[in-house]
Ligand binder design. Structure first.
Ligand code: SF4
Length: 400
């Protein structure tokens, strides 16, 4: 049985294929690290050291704190640190981290607002039948006995409070804390958004924690099912820029490979040639479609002006049929009318005669195995086998 963590669950939610590469196939990559993550780790290291010293009754000055940050920055810097936002450099990120630490120190010195119980506290607990682990950046307790789970963030954006209320990570740690220490009663979840020198504080009700446990168990069931079916689709998103698996991901590996080759070889690559050919033909088709549309309008006008229903050419003739028809509103294009029509018919005795199968809902129910086995088997016999091959042309987005 695997041990789950918040990051393991998030990885699956963000991209199932990335999850497979990382946690199931355990594909190790030469360690590339985004500079944002590097800076965040050094700020975390510095705050960890600060609170460890304070717990040992050792006073630490702001200068000593910044000196420590500078030293571990230099000591840990490596050549595989990736700066995606090319307009900024190492120094910019170093200074952001330093400012976070200065602001934090000045705001909380002499750090006596609460008592630190632990830094980098490891949690081991169960959710349903599943084992979980996690680390709390700092665990503190107020003079009134309220436990505080604190997390340090160096994000460049300050999220809205509502988003943090939805945040799973610290709420999960709340569950873990209660399970590991019986005396834990009231708990506060606190995020320090260091770039903004702001705290966001949230508390969870027992009902919210129960709901969270339920959702987590459902998500794990989804992961287990993906494993059984070996179904781990890609999910392209902004996070792909930081993904270590671009060279083996079917969505990215051709782009990755062709980015590494010189221009003369690039133009000879079979994939590049096929896409360019498809692009050219698609553009021609689009121009042709425009021309055909204009021609059709001219033909209809000609037929109307001359009261014709058939027009002859050299070796073909064209039948022109002009008629006004009513159409049924569709759910996507005419939402309001569709709803009104549905309500109207539902109230009438004709609903059964005119309502139809919802193909996409049925497809989802089959995929999710939501039908009873007997019904699922009968439905399976009636399904039409179809082989689809579709291709889509779109603009190439930067992935690095
Ligand atoms: S590159 Fe994107 S789509 Fe591919 S595995 Fe990584 S995160 Fe998933």
């Amino acid at each position: 049985m695997p041990t789950y963590s918040h990051s393991r669950l998030s990885c699956f939610e963000n991209c199932p294929l990335h999850f497979k590469f990382r946690y199931l196939d355990r594909i190790k990559k030469e360690k590339e690290e985004g500079i944002e993550a590097f800076m965040g780790s050094r700020v975390h290291d510095t705050l960890e050291k600060l609170y460890q010293d304070l717990m040992m009754q050792k006073e630490v000055t702001l200068d000593e704190t910044i000196k420590f940050y500078r030293e571990i920055w230099k000591k840990n810097w490596h050549e595989n640190i990736k700066i995606v936002r090319k307009e900024y450099n190492e120094d910019n990120y170093y200074k952001i981290g330093e400012k976070c630490l200065r602001d934090y120190y000045n705001q909380y010195h002499p750090f006596d607002q609460n008592r630190t119980l632990a830094v980098e506290q490891r949690l081991m607990f169960d959710v349903g039948n599943h084992k979980f682990t996690g680390f709390i950046d700092r665990l503190s307790e107020t003079p009134d006995g309220v436990y505080q789970i604190r997390d340090y963030k160096t994000n460049s954006r300050l999220p809205e409070r509502a988003r943090m209320e939805e945040n799973r990570q610290l709420a999960l740690y709340h569950i873990g804390l209660k399970e590991m220490w019986n005396e834990v009663d009231e708990v506060e979840l606190i995020w320090h958004f260091l770039q903004f020198n702001k705290e966001i504080k949230v508390q969870k009700t027992p009902e919210q924690l129960k709901e969270l446990e339920k959702n987590i168990v459902q998500l794990i069931q989804k992961i287990e099912k993906a494993k059984q079916m070996d179904n781990f689709p890609t999910n392209e998103s902004a996070l792909c820029k930081w993904c270590d698996y671009q060279d083996i991901c079917p969505d990215h590996k051709h782009i990755y490979k062709t980015e590494q080759i010189p221009l003369n070889k690039f133009m000879k690559d079979d994939g590049v040639k096929l896409v360019n050919q498809y692009r050219d033909l698609s553009e021609q088709r689009s121009d042709l479609n425009k021309e055909i549309k204009q021609l059709k309008e001219a033909i209809v006008n000609y037929a109307q002006e001359n009261d014709l229903s058939v027009i002859r050419g050299s070796d073909r003739k064209l039948k022109v049929k002009i008629e006004d028809k009513v159409d049924i509103p569709t759910k996507t294009k005419h939402r309001e009318k569709y709803k009104q029509l549905e309500e109207l018919l539902k109230k009438s005795k004709h609903w059964k005669e005119v309502s139809t199968l919802n193909a996409s809902l049925l497809r989802k129910a089959i995929e999710d195995k939501a039908l009873k086995t007997e019904l699922q088997n009968k439905v399976a016999e009636l399904l039409i086998e179809k082989h689809n091959e579709r291709i889509y042309l779109s603009k190439l987005r930067e992935t690095k």
